[in-house]
Ligand binder design. Structure first.
Ligand SMILES: C[S@@+](CC[C@H](N)C(=O)[O-])C[C@H]1O[C@@H](n2cnc3c(N)ncnc32)[C@H](O)[C@@H]1O
Length: 296
């Protein structure tokens, strides 16, 4: 376990069960975002994301859930992700510990072929839960989205007395559409399941305030810590793999070197050589499939 601490941001390399137990005090965190391995066989820098049995995976999840619940302050919130097939078990387990306020769907479009003999997976579930349903942070005004009917069609609601123009903004519903992180996007890092900045922006803006502490026990490319920093929150990010810790240090601009190694973003193939390829629809599809490393 190694802790790197910079003013408001802590990056801890180690096993999250151990780190959560030893390094993070109980009742000290305002918001937790958990995006654990999904038990679907992804390769995290040589570590296969697959447990011997489903029960083993679930018992492991239950251990970090219990720890996370203890780390949250009384008015804290937690967002939890996992694969569609395991989410129902986490949902049932969590109901006994916290109040689940929303069951969110992160939906994304993909022109790559997901499946041919069944319906391809185009979403990932997220649970939004709070410790105390009467006292929790929810900054609705900071996450408003366009209410299409009101904003575009300028309709009048005649059911109201007096009649009123429809709202042009609203709190997002429970289906969220954000593009997955693709190879050509500026925010792309070399990680198989990086989450989009826009997803974390919505979560952190809604469920924390400036100066609050945001924890991510499976940080990957440290998207959560990065967005927390951009939004003036404090962060604690835990990650097992040293290569991903280096991404975090660079992304948050906390260090330019690590153990003597200069921290630089990997140069992507299209940034070095410019190849003139025909822009025909078939090619565009192929290119997108190559970029879309995340298929669940
Ligand atoms: C789904 S990814 C998180 C991706 C992250 N949300 C992002 O935006 O990049 C899960 C991460 O958990 C890490 N991990 C797996 N087991 C771990 C453990 N026991 N303790 C800490 N990190 C672990 C993996 O290396 C991987 O980077």
């Amino acid at each position: 376990m190694e802790t790197l601490e910079y003013q408001n941001h802590k990056i801890i390399q180690g096993d999250s069960l151990e780190v959560l137990s030893a390094e993070v005090p109980d009742n000290s965190v305002d918001l937790i975002f958990v995006d654990p391995p999904y038990n679907i066989g992804k390769n995290f820098n040589g570590h296969k994301d697959k447990w011997a049995t489903d029960e083993d995976y679930l018992s492991w999840c239950y251990r970090w859930i219990d720890l996370c619940v203890n780390k949250l302050r009384a008015n804290g919130s937690m967002y939890i992700m996992t694969s569609t097939q395991f989410m129902p078990y986490l949902d049932i387990f969590l109901r006994k510990k916290m109040t689940i306020l929303s069951r969110l769907i992160w939906y994304y479009d993909s022109s790559g072929v997901q499946a041919k003999n069944y319906y391809g997976s185009m979403y990932e579930p997220i649970l939004f839960c709070v410790k105390d349903p009467d006292h929790y942070t929810f900054n609705a005004n900071d996450i408003l989205v366009e209410a299409k009917t009101g904003a575009k069609r300028k309709l009048i609601d005649y059911r109201k007395n007096p009649p009123q123009v429809y709202n042009s903004e609203k709190v997002p519903g429970n289906v969220w559409e954000f593009a997955r992180v693709r190879y050509r996007m500026d925010e792309y890092e070399n990680h198989p399941t990086q989450k989009p900045i826009a997803l974390l922006e919505r979560i952190i803006k809604a469920s924390s305030n400036v100066g609050d502490t945001v924890l991510d026990p499976f940080s990957g490319t440290f998207t959560t810590s990065y967005v927390a920093q951009q939004l003036g929150r404090k962060s604690i990010g835990i990650e097992l793999q040293e290569d991903y810790v280096k991404i975090g240090l660079r992304r948050l601009q906390l260090a330019t070197e690590y153990k003597g190694e200069k921290l630089q973003k990997e140069i992507r193939s299209f940034e070095t050589k410019k190849v003139d390829l025909p822009k025909v629809p078939m090619f565009n599809l192929f290119e997108e499939e190559l970029d879309g490393a995340l298929v669940y």
